[in-house]
Write a protein that binds this ligand. Structure first.
Ligand code: HEM
Length: 389
């Protein structure tokens, strides 16, 4: 079932909350039909997992990412450091034309890689470039209309052609991850955990005595791949949109730059600057609304019977919360089809929150990665704009 225009009024929103508030994880029909291997979306990891596996992996992921600095000052420092490298790399082009998207992709990836693997890669490192290429390619393949159709109507599976390349890429990515955790195992010290993979391996060792454990290598490979893809592709795509829109609307770019110079000056951008930068905040929100990078959200499933706007929806219904229908809802936005930062500003130029701003999903479903996504986006946008535009 597709839910459109989840009108953010209290009444409807409460019901949508109810629908999504028991976070039954994305339920990919492929799994249930025993064809999961065809797309590689088996029910492990976090993004396409469900049931107990999803709960255990989600809990572990959130705790561990926090332990390694996510949503805290530590990740801000890492972001500032990484965008220093990005600024240097852009500077070294000496004004000649270059493809910024690859560098942005690499810089964003290094943030998540620093948590997952405890190190950063040089932007020219061939192994790193290959991992990025595999991830980009799989995102492209997974976003093909046929694959989307298959997820919604699995009986169309016979039309699917993209799966072979997708599986091959996934295997290559997993081989690298596997080699990394074999390497980590050699020097593992549970009292000195260096990164996400170490933390998982420690859990794995603690779990050794149990028969039905969750901390097995398949889950680790899938988690790393999920976080890499979810963390890198979303932020890079949004940043690419930001730069495109800044170029297209130079007057917006000028105002952002003026605010950055006035508030941040030559200091590193920090999350606490945010409240003093309503215009930049509005621009980042508007980029996310306008770019609309996950128009279909991830699929969910109703946790209980519910009646919404007079329609009875039984428990277990496959739900697609159509985010695009809210992000472009004519009743919520003055100029839904235009890039218009004023959507998030009041008459005095103060930032205003909007209920219909839901790029991180709908209803009460808690998107636990908002903190890092917002920090990353804000700092990532600020640094290059400050230095180069
Ligand atoms: C612009 C940035 C981002 C956007 C717009 C975005 C959007 C989304 C959306 C719409 C979902 C589906 C939520 C749902 O189930 O309804 C999702 C899930 C997810 N995202 Fe993000 N995301 C962003 C950044 C990130 C980052 C930086 C990370 C990792 C550090 C991340 C990790 C995840 C994970 C692991 C899930 C699955 C959550 C679960 O099943 O519980 N995302 N994201």
């Amino acid at each position: 079932m597709v839910i459109v225009r989840m009108n953010p009024t209290r009444e409807i929103n409460n019901k949508v909350h109810f629908l999504l508030s028991f976070p039954i994880p994305p339920h990919v029909p492929l799994d249930e039909r025993g064809r999961s291997q065809s797309l590689g979306l088996n029910s492990i990891g976090i993004v396409f997992a469900h049931g107990e596996n999803w709960k255990v992996m989600r809990r572990f992921t959130l705790t561990t990412l926090r332990d390694f600095g996510m949503g805290k000052r530590a990740i801000e420092d890492r972001i500032v450091e990484e965008y220093g490298y990005l600024a240097d790399t852009i500077g070294s082009q000496e004004g000649k034309p270059f493809d910024a998207s690859k560098m942005i992709n690499a810089a964003v990836a290094n943030i998540i890689v620093s948590i997952l693997l405890g190190k950063r890669f040089d932007y020219k490192d061939s192994r790193f470039l290959r991992l990025l290429q595999l991830t980009n390619e799989n995102m492209r393949l997974a976003g093909k209309p046929l694959v989307t159709m298959y997820n919604i109507f699995p009986y169309l599976g016979f039309l699917l052609r993209a799966n072979k390349a997708l599986l091959k890429n996934r295997e290559e990515f997993n081989d690298y991850v596997q080699a990394t955790f074999v390497e980590n195992l050699k020097t593992l010290d549970k009292n000195d955990q260096r990164n996400f993979i170490d933390a998982f391996l420690v859990k794995q060792q603690e779990e050794k005595s149990t028969t039905n454990g969750y901390f097995h290598n398949d889950n680790l490979q899938s988690l790393v791949s999920n976080l890499f893809t979810a963390g890198v592709e979303t932020i890079s795509t949004t940043l690419n949109w930001s730069f495109l829109l800044m170029l297209k609307y130079p007057e917006v770019q000028r105002k952002v730059q003026e605010e950055i110079e006035r508030v941040i000056g030559s200091n590193p951008p920090r999350i606490e600057h945010r409240t003093q930068m309503p215009y930049t905040d509005a621009v980042i929100h508007e980029v996310q609304r306008f770019a609309n990078i996950l128009p279909l959200d991830l699929p969910h499933e109703t946790a209980a019977d519910v009646t919404l706007k007079g329609y009875f929806i039984p428990k277990g219904t496959y739900i697609i919360p159509l985010l695009t229908s809210v992000l472009q809802d004519k009743s919520q936005w003055e100029k839904p089809d235009m890039f218009y930062p004023e959507h998030f500003l009041d008459a005095n130029g103060k930032f205003v929150k909007k209920d219909a701003f839901m790029p991180f999903s709908a209803g009460a479903f808690f998107f636990p990665f908002t903190a890092v996504a917002s920090t990353d986006l804000r700092q990532a946008l600020t640094v290059p704009v400050f230095f180069y535009f």
